[in-house]
Design a protein around this ligand. Structure first.
Ligand SMILES: CC(C)(COP(=O)(O)OP(=O)(O)OC[C@H]1O[C@@H](n2cnc3c(N)ncnc32)[C@H](O)[C@@H]1OP(=O)(O)O)[C@@H](O)C(=O)NCCC(=O)NCCS
Length: 269
C-alpha cells in the first residue's frame, strides 16, 4: 500500500504513461481511497491501482497504471487482484480506457455504458436557479447522492466543500433535488459530479457551475444523455474521447443512472 509520501513517484509514473501530473486529484484519491502500488529495486513506483469504497455497496477502481518497461508481465493483473480482494463490495465499477478493458474483462467486469468527455466552452449563462451550497446543506446533499448513486458517499460530498471551486444545489419547494460541483485540474475547470432529479436541473447546474470559468471547461456525460450532450456540443464544446463504465459483482448497477449525469471524476464515480 502506498501513502501520500509516494505522491511524487505516482505522478512520475503517470507521466511515464503519458498521463498528466494531476497532483490535486491524486491527493484527494489518497484521502478517500486505498492506493495499491508496486516498486522496483530503486524504490520507484512502477504500478498503481486505487480503490475507493462507498460502504458495502460500491467500490470504484481507478489509476490502474503500469510503467511501460514493466508492461505485459502480469503486474496490472496483480495490482487489480490485490485491490479488489481487499475491498469486497456488492458492486465494483470503473471507467475503462481502451487499453484497460481487456484486463478488466479478465476480472469479470462488463461494459454498461460509454462516458463522453467534452471540452471547450459550455453554456455558462447565470440561470439563478441554483445556489452555492453551505455546510448546512451537506447532510441533504449526501442523502440525495446516496439515493441516486446507490451508495453512501458522505465523505466525498463533505470533501467537495473544500476541494471544489464551486458546489451548487438546485431546490424545489425547499428540498434539494440536485447538486453539482466544479473543481480545478491543471488550469481547466472540471464539472462533476452532476446529480439531479431531471435533465433541466442538470443543465441548470452545468450552466451555473461553468459561468465565468474564463477558459476551458470539461464535463463528462453518460451516453444515454443524448439531449444534454447535444446541448453542450451546440455551445461549442467538442468531444475529446470516451471511456467505458464497467461493473462487476451485482448484475444491476446500484442507484438510478438516469439521474446520475456526470461522475465527480472518472476515478471516483
Ligand atoms: C492497462 C495496463 C495497466 C495493463 O498492465 P500490464 O501489467 O501490462 O497488464 P498485465 O501484464 O497484468 O496483463 C493482464 C492481462 O490482461 C491482458 N492485457 C493487458 N493489456 C492488454 C491489451 N492491450 N490487449 C489485450 N490484452 C491485454 C494480458 O494479456 C493479461 O492477460 P493474461 O494474464 O491472461 O495473460 C497498462 O497497459 C497501462 O498502464 N496502460 C496505460 C494506462 C491505462 O490505460 N490504464 C487503464 C486505465 S482504465
Amino acid at each position: 500500500m502506498l501513502t501520500v509520501a509516494d505522491l511524487p513517484r505516482c505522478l512520475a509514473l503517470a507521466q511515464d504513461r503519458g498521463w498528466p501530473a494531476e497532483e490535486g486529484k491524486w491527493r484527494l484519491l489518497f484521502e478517500l481511497g486505498t492506493v495499491w502500488g508496486a516498486r522496483d529495486n530503486s524504490g520507484d513506483v512502477v504500478g498503481t491501482a486505487i480503490v475507493t469504497r462507498y460502504g458495502t455497496s460500491l467500490a470504484v477502481l481507478s489509476m490502474v497504471l503500469v510503467a511501460p518497461r514493466h508492461g505485459g508481465q502480469g503486474l496490472g493483473r496483480q495490482l487489480v487482484s490485490q485491490a479488489l480482494a481487499a475491498t469486497p463490495t456488492r458492486t465494483a465499477a470503473l471507467f475503462a480506457t481502451e487499453a484497460g478493458r481487456p484486463l478488466y474483462e479478465k476480472f469479470g467486469f462488463t461494459a454498461v455504458e460509454e462516458l463522453h468527455t467534452y471540452v471547450g466552452s459550455v453554456p455558462g449563462h447565470a440561470t439563478a436557479c441554483s445556489r452555492p451550497a453551505t455546510p448546512e446543506d451537506i447532510p441533504a446533499i449526501a442523502a440525495l447522492d446516496a439515493a441516486i448513486v446507490g451508495a453512501p458517499r458522505g465523505e466525498l460530498v463533505r470533501r467537495l466543500l473544500s476541494f471544489a471551486t464551486r458546489l451548487h444545489v438546485v431546490e424545489l419547494d425547499n428540498d434539494i433535488v440536485g447538486y453539482g460541483a466544479a473543481w480545478r485540474n491543471l488550469g481547466q475547470l472540471m464539472i462533476g459530479p452532476v446529480v439531479a432529479a431531471d435533465r433541466r436541473a442538470a443543465a441548470t447546474l452545468i450552466s451555473d457551475l461553468a459561468r465565468g470559468a474564463g477558459g476551458s471547461v470539461r464535463v463528462d456525460l453518460l451516453d444515454h444523455e443524448r439531449e444534454l450532450r447535444d446541448w453542450v456540443e451546440s455551445a461549442g464544446a467538442t468531444l475529446r474521447g470516451s471511456t467505458t463504465l464497467m461493473v462487476s459483482g451485482s448484475s444491476a448497477f446500484p442507484g438510478d443512472r438516469g439521474r446520475w449525469f456526470s461522475p465527480a471524476m472518472q476515478a471516483l464515480g
